[in-house]
Design a protein. Structure first.
Length: 136
């Protein structure tokens, strides 16, 4: 039985979305080169993604900048309710929205603990006193 070597795991729409997620200011000409598609095909795909709410095109001077929609979910019923951000994070190395939020919350919590910890960093008056002792 001959093997078929022409199929891939990702659709062209997914490849274009990943390329844009990696560089939101990318030119569609460059997306076409990376994805092995024509520029016209990429323009059509971007229009599809935009009209279905996966991304938004924003003018930045003479260029376009693209914003991936947070919370966008896969269209196929087999992945119903699963956010696209997980796939994009996997393929781009970027944290998912939930991971990024957790990192922010952990940072804020750490800052609050430093402020509340009496055994932690010395207060301003203690630093001034310690500094004065070393200057004598």
């Amino acid at each position: 039985m001959p093997q078929r070597h022409y199929w891939t795991f990702l659709t062209n729409h997914a490849r274009v979305l990943v390329a844009i997620a990696r560089d939101p200011a990318v030119r569609l000409r460059d997306v076409a080169t990376v994805c092995g598609l024509t520029e016209r095909t990429v323009q059509t795909i971007v229009t599809d993604l935009e009209s279905d709410g996966y991304l938004r095109r924003v003018r930045d001077g003479r260029r376009n900048r693209y914003e991936i929609s947070a919370g966008a979910v896969f269209r196929h019923p087999a992945e119903a309710g699963v956010q696209v951000s997980g796939l994009l994070a996997l393929l781009t190395g970027a944290p998912t929205a939930a991971e990024a939020q957790a990192q922010v919350e952990a940072h804020v919590e750490a800052q609050l603990q430093v402020q509340d910890d009496p055994q932690g960093l010395p207060s301003g008056s203690e630093r001034a006193r310690d500094h004065a002792v070393t200057d004598q």
